[in-house]
Ligand binder design. Structure first.
Ligand code: PFF
Length: 476
């Protein structure tokens, strides 16, 4: 095993370590893709932006834009056998900046991802130490994050330290292999929680909200949110899939692998939606409470109330569930960290050890600042809102980093990737990359039309619409 990449050593690709087979790639990419994006971020966005309407827009984007972009990124990686910056640079030197831009994204996401990871760690520990009814009380979550005490910081640090240790000691591949067992267990548990949640009084309204699309809810803001979520959840537009593609063998069917990852990732997001949205309706008593609660805290506020329905098994259910979520979050966070570390060691031409130290310091510092936004800075200035993003006294720094990465940087990287593949190297280059060793690409037309025309035009239109809306010039 290659400890740095976590892939088995099979050197048919010019000395580069390769995934041991299609499953190796699908598994590692899925371990990166499935995480808090599916379990925490998707449900609160779906609750916020109209349930069924958001789900439809999201799935449409995944099947078209997401498919084309993932094919382009993975294809680019396998073709060049290089990671992000190198991949663009080796084809057109001038385009290396797209790789640089993409590489900045994991540095924005990892610190706030670690803060949410810290919340999950706190809940895991709490279910071992505190009666479930107490955790289900209203105000439990808010007082945890807003109290000026070392607690939130300690949990973030524990989460980060675990991920850094895994990367530093090279046990990443072992962790990813364990996901083969733990992911199905997480899915099984989620199904049980969903069934119990959906049986609560009031939940039926939530099921309808999530399943019956109300198309009047579609807005520019919602489509931008769905697009950002698609990038985030599939780990796209940040160079990660280029790197993963570079470890893929020539004989593996790239198209099938990409479809597998997309289907798997979307199914888990839908399951999480069913687990949390109907429960939210039941817990808040009506649909009116949904919008108010549909923020980053949703999962942490709603699920404990469902767990408390399990009576004497409540603590066990809570502990097991959050432990599994913690695992899913850690595998994603590890892949984010790994990306940052290789970017720093390539960029600064320093050793991997040095790069781990630099990245760790950066992550600890930025995550601390994100955490402070909830407590220390609110105490100093209750009106504090960073650049007007987020709500007053609310989750400003986390929201700002999330906004900057998902709504600004990722659409720009995606747009540039489409232009690069669609117009500079041409879709044929990726199609030829897919069609090797007797493999035929099924969705050639979809890929070509998406990457050349629809995806770039759509991204530009939606971004312009969003900016005009934000400055108040239009109301869409
Ligand atoms: N896709 C992950 C999730 O949905 O939680 C987040 C993520 C992980 C993004 C790893 C990027 C990445 F490299």
């Amino acid at each position: 095993m290659n400890e740095e990449t976590g892939v088995s050593t099979n050197t048919t690709g010019g000395g580069r370590s390769l995934f041991s087979g299609k499953m190796g790639f699908v598994l590692s990419a899925a371990a990166s893709a499935i995480g808090l994006g599916n379990l925490w971020r998707f449900p609160y966005l779906a609750a916020k932006y109209g349930g069924g309407a958001f789900l439809i827009v999201y799935l449409l984007l995944v099947a078209t834009f997401g498919f084309a972009l993932m094919m382009a990124e993975v294809g680019l990686g396998r073709k060049t056998r290089l990671s992000t910056i190198g991949a663009y640079k080796s084809i057109r030197k001038k385009w290396a900046f797209v790789g640089v831009l993409a590489s900045a994204v994991p540095f924005l996401i990892t610190p706030y991802y670690a803060v949410i990871g810290g919340w999950v760690t706190k809940y895991t520990v709490s279910y071992f130490t505190t009666p479930a009814d107490q955790i289900a009380q209203s105000g439990y979550f808010t007082s945890f994050i807003t109290e000026v005490s070392p607690e939130t910081f300690v949990y973030t640090f524990i989460f980060l330290a675990i991920c850094i240790a895994v990367v530093a000691f090279g046990v990443k591949s072992g962790v990813e292999k364990s996901s083969k067992i733990l992911m199905p267990v997480l899915i099984g548990m989620s199904v049980v929680i969903t069934v119990v949640g959906c049986m609560q009084p009031g939940a039926a309204e939530g099921i309808a909200y999530f399943l019956i699309p109300d198309f009047s809810k579609i807005s520019v803001e919602m489509v931008v949110a769905a697009m950002g979520q698609m990038f985030f959840s599939l780990s796209l537009a940040m160079g990660i899939m280029v790197t993963y593609g570079s470890y893929l063998r020539k004989e593996d069917n790239l198209e099938k692998s990409v479809r597998n990852i997309e289907v798997f990732d979307s199914l888990i997001a839908i399951l999480a939606g069913f687990m949390i949205i109907p429960a939210c309706f039941a817990v808040t008593g009506s649909g009116a409470g949904v919008a108010e609660n549909a923020g980053p805290s949703l999962m942490f506020v709603v699920l404990p109330q469902i767990f408390s329905q399990f009576g004497p098994a409540a603590n066990f259910m809570g502990a097991a569930f959050f432990l599994l979520v913690l695992f899913a979050a850690a595998t994603s966070s590890i892949s984010l960290l790994e990306a940052c570390i290789s970017i720093v060691s390539d960029g600064l031409k320093c050793s991997r050890g040095k790069s781990i130290v630099i990245c760790s310091i950066f992550m600890f510092v930025v995550a601390t600042v994100v955490n402070m936004g909830y407590n220390v800075w609110i105490g100093v200035d209750p009106e504090f809102v960073l650049f007007g993003i987020g709500q007053q006294g609310d989750h400003q720094i986390l929201d700002f980093l999330d906004f900057l990465s998902n709504t600004i940087m990722m659409p720009i990287v995606a747009l540039l990737t489409c232009i690069f593949v669609g117009w500079i190297i041409k879709p044929k280059a990726v199609i030829e990359e897919v069609e090797q060793e007797g493999v035929t690409m099924k969705a050639k037309k979809l890929f070509t039309v998406m990457i050349k025309y629809i995806a770039p035009v759509f991204t530009v239109a939606i971004l312009i619409g969003y900016v005009l809306m934000a400055v108040g010039a239009i109301n869409l």
